[in-house]
Design a protein around this ligand. Structure first.
Ligand code: NAD
Ligand code: DAU
Length: 341
């Protein structure tokens, strides 16, 4: 199969391409990515020259470009993915996440091919008790989540209207190698290593469910190959944690790995003004994935977080390069008013 993987230069997309090239060498992968601030070809170092991998620089919204590509399946990772940025400026979110998805759907329709939309648990909004199931209502709260929910609705509409072979996965928070340092876990690790303040939104007790990125990649792989057209599949880590607990665990691990005192980095924690509309809790029920495919998370949180801390320690050049560029401008806009370092 020739699979068009969009957004393959980002965090999850790059991990997915690596996973697929190792597990399914029979497929040809075409990575379509327009290399926004979050797209980084360094994430794909070492695989560029493989005969079954091609990179195309381009925008998923570009109709002509899509017309010229040859593929018989689509997996759509391409998105604006950061909630905080969607609060600062939602235009690129609606453009890529909604119109980009619609363009891919049109091209999948033309080719009569399968398309998997990589979505998020954020489309369900916040939940106080219990778990999100695939039947939970869609009640997104941030512009990012609303744009992803809109895309999901379009995918569902193309299935009902045109009988298209489409699938949706909705996953909880990922962590692991190659995650852009604006997101909580790499932000904490990189700030600790640089002795910088660690901004904790609100009181730090918001809850997220965390999944190691390779487990997410395995889930997408199995859904793409075996999922039923028109279905939604929830993917999660069965691993709910409060932000402050995650932060403390990471700081303890960084201390252990760098030979600092066990509580040597805890003083960097700085409570700051909350994210507007901050969802209180995400908690997802991934039992359909286990029932239908025998999928479950394989990487425990302690193992995953240790692997992640080690990766950021061993790949300082990768993230230092990122945070030395235009990222600092964003950082100043996002945190400048609420954090004095
Ligand atoms: P990311 O921001 O790290 O990567 C996004 C990639 O998409 C980048 O390489 C970027 O250059 C590319 N891109 C953006 N706009 C594009 C466009 N118009 N055309 C082509 N390429 C474009 O994101 P991520 O964290 O890897 O997330 C990937 C997908 O998974 C997203 O759809 C996101 O909503 C979803 N998701 C993420 C998480 C998470 O915890 N990170 C959890 C669940 C779902
Ligand atoms: O749930 C899946 C979603 O997880 C994905 O769809 C998104 O693409 C991905 O970015 C992620 O969204 P979150 O908003 O949950 O992730 P983020 O890393 O931005 O924040 C995680 C939690 O940490 C959240 O409660 C906000 C908090 N936080 C975040 C940052 C960046 C802080 O307390 N301080 C920070 O500086």
């Amino acid at each position: 199969m020739r699979i068009l993987v969009t957004g393959g230069a980002g965090f999850i997309g790059a991990n997915f391409i690596r996973h697929m090239l190792a597990s399914h060498p029979e497929h040809q992968l075409i990575n379509l990515d327009n290399l926004t601030y979050a797209g980084n070809l360094e994430n794909l170092k070492g695989i560029e020259d493989l005969p079954n991998y091609t990179f195309v620089k381009g925008d998923i919204c570009d109709r002509q470009l899509l017309h010229g590509l040859d593929f018989d399946g689509i997996i759509n990772f391409a998105a604006e993915s950061h909630v905080d940025r969607s609060i600062l400026d939602s235009y690129p979110f609606l453009q890529t996440n909604i119109f980009g998805t619609q363009n891919l759907l049109e091209h999948a329709k033309k080719r009569g091919c399968r398309m998997l939309q990589v979505s998020t648990d954020e489309v369900y909004g916040s939940i106080e008790k219990g778990l999100f199931t695939e039947e939970s209502p869609i009640t997104p709260n941030s512009p990012y989540a609303a744009s992803k929910a809109s895309a999901d609705l379009l995918v569902g509409a193309y299935h009902e209207t045109f009988g298209m072979d489409v699938l949706i996965t909705r996953c909880s928070n990922n962590y692991g190698p190659y995650q852009f340092p604006e997101k909580l876990i790499p932000l904490v690790i990189s700030h600790a290593l640089e002795g910088r303040a660690i901004p904790v939104y609100g009181d730090g007790t918001n809850v997220r469910d965390w999944l190691y990125v390779l487990d997410h990649c395995r889930a997408i792989d199995v859904v793409f190959h075996r999922g039923k057209a028109g279905e939604v599949y929830n993917v999660g880590g069965i691993n709910e944690q409060r932000n402050i607990d995650i932060i403390r665990k990471i700081l303890t691990r960084v201390a252990a790995r760098t030979g600092a005192a066990a509580d040597g980095f805890q003083g960097l924690i700085a409570y700051v003004k909350d994210r507007p509309g901050h969802d209180r809790r995400y908690a997802i029920d991934p039992s359909k994935m286990e029932r239908e495919f025998g999928w479950r998370p394989m990487t425990g949180f302690e193992e995953g977080i240790n692997l992640t801390v080690d990766w950021y320690l061993e790949n300082r050049e990768w993230w230092k390069h990122i945070i030395s560029g235009e990222y600092m401008q964003y950082y100043q806009t996002q945190y400048g008013g609420r954090l004095t370092e």
